[in-house]
Design a protein around this ligand. Structure first.
Ligand code: NDP
Length: 639
């Protein structure tokens, strides 16, 4: 019998065979030990008291409207979607046909395009709403933007493009440039349509083609269509009363207005803020990265906090060129497998990445081993649960202790402490964020879980106090729980006029998260119903891209018109996923956020939308590679 932890898919049976699991890796060319964790003398933890505090903090934040508390950037708020980076130059509409269209020019589209080009499919067209490739990294150019996942595993196709990341964690401009380089290397700029939003995608049974309509008047036919339009794509705005009445400068972090602030995405001083009072709403992963820059450049900064993020050590450093040159061909696949394995509870001799993501699972494994060494200890879910809980309690105690170490003002430090389990919200890693609160002119306005009360023409109200600001920055995140059509901005209509929204009304249904019955020749590149590896999103996307390219290539080589998952195969996959505890949805006991449906009850729909392969990401990647290699494409019907 195999036991798995709810979060890590850890298999107890393997534990017995493990004598030692230690980080021996010469990771990143340095000899540093694990780059996370701060507290050396572990204090005994009052578990009952801690749980009570966690519940208290969660209950404060629970609200009936859940996801509905947010405003859509539409109607009067549509301007929040405008592209600040390029002018939308007029062009003639296109009326033509290509073999394959990919909707979305982020890493999913780039990887799929690259794999198709490698397979000899030349007329691949990427359609992208932004003015260039890059996806999230095209839009998110706020100061300080960087990737929380180590560049060696986050940046796809590094070996193919021949790029050595400059730092362990790279900044956004380098990631954006890497996306552009993939586009150039694989000839994906040819035929790409930028600043073009798809408005509808419709299957045409007679010709067995997809018809793609866009906001440029295009009508493009394609034999195969794939899409990678998320998951964190569409900005959401906080539904704070009066938000539409603010008369100062206001923008969402994903549309940073350097015209107003000055500076640039490389972190140059924002001279436009020198004599300005700036307010920022939100303290999630995005705000954590841009707040140190605002603290440096604004005259006054007001950070409006509803829930503090957990801030672990970043410890960034350059990558050693000589060490990098010594890596053997195929290194990236090894690193990806190693990271996915360790991060989702598996075992490996070396921890190549060694970061905050692998740290927690390492602690769990170490604890299990200690317990297993005690005579009479039975392996089982209880043991894993205990190991997970005590590792997490220890980690969060360290994170709170770090706040005290760094932040000078005790009241500010207290307000910055997160009271929830680390994976309740996106863990953050930063070495300048907490320090920013020691800067003169930086004011933390903690709302004690309630959020901003209201906004008026000149500023922000919290607990009856008015904070006057010239500029209001919304670091309020992206839509997660809403319908796919709303998030991508277009509806997909398959066989017999059935829309994806209708088909997925009770939750996503697919094989591997990629193929959907009733939607032939259509492929989806995402996380859900596949590996669902949240710590390294691009790994999900690049694997999906490889799968999509393999299936399309097979269809073309065998001269078939249509490929579609059978209903039986889809059903079997969905049934396997349903009931599995391994879900992207966090614990319902967590403080609300997009990891747990904003604390609202979850049913089958939410479970399916956030589900992943029961045996974990590493097992999924192994499985899908076998599935592709077999050449049988089991579950698909080619006709
Ligand atoms: P988040 O959804 O994580 O954060 C939104 C913030 O806005 C939260 O702090 C939220 O508070 C706050 N908020 C919402 N409404 C109000 C209100 N009415 N009053 C006050 N505060 C409010 O969005 P982010 O853009 O920060 O991050 C989104 C995701 O993007 C991350 O989870 C991560 O996956 C990804 N990302 C990744 C990075 C990387 O390094 N790889 C960097 C940046 C982002 P509350 O918590 O209480 O809901």
């Amino acid at each position: 019998m195999r036991y798995r932890s709810p979060l890590f898919g850890c298999e107890i049976a393997d534990l017995v065979a493990l004598a030692s699991i230690r980080s021996r890796g010469q990771a990143l060319g340095d000899n540093s030990t694990r780059e996370s964790g701060t507290m050396t003398d572990t204090q005994p933890i009052d578990t009952a008291g801690l749980r009570a505090r966690y519940r208290l903090e969660r209950d404060k934040r629970l609200r009936d409207d859940g996801n509905d508390q947010y405003l859509e950037p539409a109607g009067p708020f549509a301007r929040f979607l405008d592209d600040p980076h390029v002018e939308k130059a007029p062009r003639e509409p296109r009326f033509d046909e290509v073999t394959a269209v990919f909707i979305g020019g982020g890493f999913a589209g780039l990887c799929a395009g690259a794999r198709m080009k490698q397979a000899g499919i030349h007329d691949v067209r990427i359609i992208e709403g932004g003015g260039d490739f890059g996806g999230a990294w095209y839009w998110n150019r706020y100061p300080g933007a960087m990737c929380d996942t180590a560049s060696m595993v986050y940046l796809p196709l590094l070996e193919e493009v021949g790029h050595m990341p400059t730092m362990k964690y790279t900044f956004a401009p380098e990631i954006f440039a890497h996306a552009q380089n993939i586009g150039t290397e694989f000839g994906l700029y040819d035929g790409a349509l930028f600043s073009t939003a798809v408005t509808s995608l419709t299957w045409q049974e007679d010709s067995a083609r997809w018809l793609i309509r866009t906001d440029r008047g295009d009508e493009i036919r394609a034999r195969f269509v794939a899409m990678g339009t998320g998951p964190l794509h569409r900005p959401k705005l906080p539904g704070i009363p009066g938000i539409d009445g603010f008369e100062g400068e206001c923008f969402h972090t994903s549309r940073w207005d350097y015209g107003y602030t000055g500076g640039n995405s490389a972190g140059a001083p924002m001279n436009g803020l020198t004599d300005r009072r700036v307010g920022i709403i939100g303290t999630g992963a995005t705000a954590v990265q841009c707040i140190p820059h605002l603290a440096r450049d604004a005259d006054q900064l007001f950070v409006f906090q509803r829930t503090p993020s957990s801030i672990d050590i970043r410890h960034n450093h350059p990558i050693d060129t000589d060490w990098f040159k010594g890596l053997e061909t195929g290194w990236q696949h090894e690193w990806l497998t190693n990271f996915a394995t360790l991060q989702t509870g598996g075992f490996a001799d070396d921890d190549l990445v060694k970061d905050g993501w692998t740290d927690i699972s390492q602690r769990i494994r170490d604890r299990v081993l200690v317990e297993m060494a005690r005579p009479g200890t039975e392996p089982g879910p209880d043991l894993l649960q205990r190991a997970y809980e005590s590792s997490d309690d220890e980690k969060m105690a360290e994170i709170r202790a770090r706040v005290d170490e760094v932040v000078d003002d005790p009241a500010t430090a207290e307000a910055l402490k997160p009271w929830y389990r680390q994976l309740c919200k996106r863990p953050c890693f930063h070495d300048e964020y907490l320090q920013a609160y020691n800067e003169p002119g930086v004011n933390l306005v903690d709302t004690d879980g309630k959020g901003v009360e209201r906004i008026d023409a000149t500023g922000v109200w919290v607990a009856g106090v008015h904070y006057e600001v010239d500029c209001l920055i919304l670091a309020s995140g992206f839509e997660v729980g809403t319908d796919q059509a709303r998030r991508s901005g277009f509806e997909t209509t398959g066989r017999d006029g059935l829309t994806l929204t209708e088909y997925w009304a009770d939750g996503m249904q697919s094989l591997h998260g990629i193929h959907v019955h009733g939607f032939p020749n259509l492929f989806i590149a995402g996380l859900s119903q596949g590996a669902n590896l949240i710590s390294n999103i691009t790994h999900n996307l690049s694997e999906a891209a490889t799968t999509i390219a393999a299936v399309i290539t097979h269809a073309l080589e065998t001269g078939v018109d249509q490929v579609e998952v059978t209903q039986a195969a889809e059903l079997a996959w969905v049934e396997m996923l349903d009931g599995n505890t391994r879900s992207f949805l966090g614990n319902p006991d967590c403080t609300p956020g997009y990891y747990n449906n904003e604390g609202r009850p979850t049913g089958r729909r939410e479970r399916l939308n956030a589900s992943g392969y029961p045996d974990g990401a590493a097992a999924y990647f192994e499985y899908i590679e076998r599935w592709r290699r077999s050449g049988d494409f089991e579950g698909l019907e080619f006709s």
